[in-house]
Design a protein around this ligand. Sequence first.
Ligand code: OAD
Length: 242
Amino acid sequence: MEFSDDLIEALKMAKRVVVLTGAGVSAESGVPTFRGPDGIWKKFKAEDLATLDSFMARPELVWEWYNWRRDLMSNVKPNPGHMAITEMEVMFLSFWLVTQNVDGLHQRAGSKKVLPLHGNIFDSYCMECGKYYADPPFKDGLPRCSCGGLIRPDVVWFGEQLDPELITKAFDAAEKAQVFLSVGTSAVVMPAASLPVVAKRSGAYVVEINPERTELSDMLDEFIEGKSGEVMPELVKRLKAK
Ligand code: OAD
């Protein structure tokens, strides 16, 4: 695989690098993406499942969906794309991986400098007292806290605020980045989708890696057409080569 001299030069010089990932990086592990022909949102309506209102109205149904996804995600493995991103972490003075994924595959691949903007599907917490649970106790279809409160998944739903500390760190990293890679995201869900634009405006060399073009593709420095599990390992190999 050939990479442009501009990208290789920018990465070789860079001290501060940010990678933004979306569902596409986990596609090759067997986790369905949200949009596109086989996407989750083709089968389910986001507002029926991924909002606080729908959870309060039908918590059993929403929990059933999350348990199905938790089960699926615990039975898959990180792919070469996750592994390559983990390898990149130690190649630069400052590195941040901003992910919209809740599947924990980056962390399982060994990534440490992760900002998981949308939460973690394997955590949940009590809506009354805030207590965290890795394995929430289900009774009659619903998990209940020792205080009696309803337990919810630790993910960000549509209409909810992101953790202010995480989003501040992500924007700060995007502003300071010299190279910014947007990998496997359709770049439509805010505020994550604005990170590549912020990086570009702040002077970073911004590259998108995706088998399909997105609305951002034309605004960035380069679009690399391909799968994360193929492009990212090649890129790391190229950087390691003298
Ligand atoms: P999407 O499903 O919107 O986009 C997945 C992207 O991955 C698409 O642009 C695909 O072309 C691309 N893709 C597919 N296979 C790929 C591969 N092997 N390598 C690289 N790219 C590939 O997922 P996200 O952009 O992550 O939010 O969606 C953002 C947010 O919308 C999600 O975090 C979720 C969803 O609603 C919440 O749940 C809050």
